[in-house]
Design a protein around this ligand. Sequence first.
Ligand code: ADP
Length: 290
Amino acid sequence: MGFIIIVAAITSYLIGIHYIEDPQLIALIVLALSGTLFIFAYVINVSFEKLAEASRIRTEFVRIVSHQLRSPITNLSWAIDSLMAGDLGRIEKSQLEYFQILKENSSRMKELIKDLLITSRIEEGTLPIKKEKIFLIEITKSLISEFLPFAKASNVEIKFDFDKNLPEISTDLNQIKVVIENLLDNAIRYMGKKGEVKINLRKREKEVLFEIIDNGPGILKEDQKYIFQKFFRSKSEPGSRETSLPGKEKGGTGLGLFITKSIIEKLGGKIWFESKEGKGTTFYFILPTK
Ligand code: ADP
């Protein structure tokens, strides 16, 4: 803005000496113009600072609230589990249905709080990253086995293939788990019918490529540009449906892919996808080996 003020002052002076003879009048015009621009710049600057501050306060507020909500929700889940197990007396079948609803809703709240906490950390730039040597094949295998009950309940088969000479990579174990969990969860959740999810791990020069291919409904063309945006959820979610598995009920937060992309970029990688309506979706990410 300072540069613009200087240029405007010089330009108005050069134009002024062409058309106005009185040097005092020229000086007055240049001064008035510079003064106006200066006030303008000041107002813009203050507005931006206020916006940045408001955004910082909002992010901090979300982080604190999510953090504070974690313990009561965990206690609530624990109490529901204990009641359902009959620890405090026998539960009637009709009561059990209501407890199941409570359990599902507390799991959803837990998911939302977890996602909000990660999102606020990403926005504050405080997401903890601790790199170590990891073997992606083992991690993927163990996550697939964790997802098997959900896949089975959703009628989805999971296949896994990998290059035998896949190198170790230097990355953050916890964060990469969040990434794979989000992608696998989406691929199963949005399938909407009997289907197949295939995961491939490939060796590239100085990189490892992760592919997750599903033959689900695909992502609508008009939705594709928003897919990594915070809170984006496609309105047509043929795959989103009820399951009896806690934490895997209908609905999501719309934060999963935003978090996934932010983590991959923070780890020095790249993520993208291809999707065809009615055919399926493939998400890819690459991570550097070092
Ligand atoms: P969430 O799953 O919590 O809604 P995400 O950020 O993980 O949020 O996903 C955003 C949206 O992208 C989802 O609501 C869904 O509409 C769409 N989506 C993501 N993955 C897939 C997929 N594999 N197939 C079809 N749609 C998908």
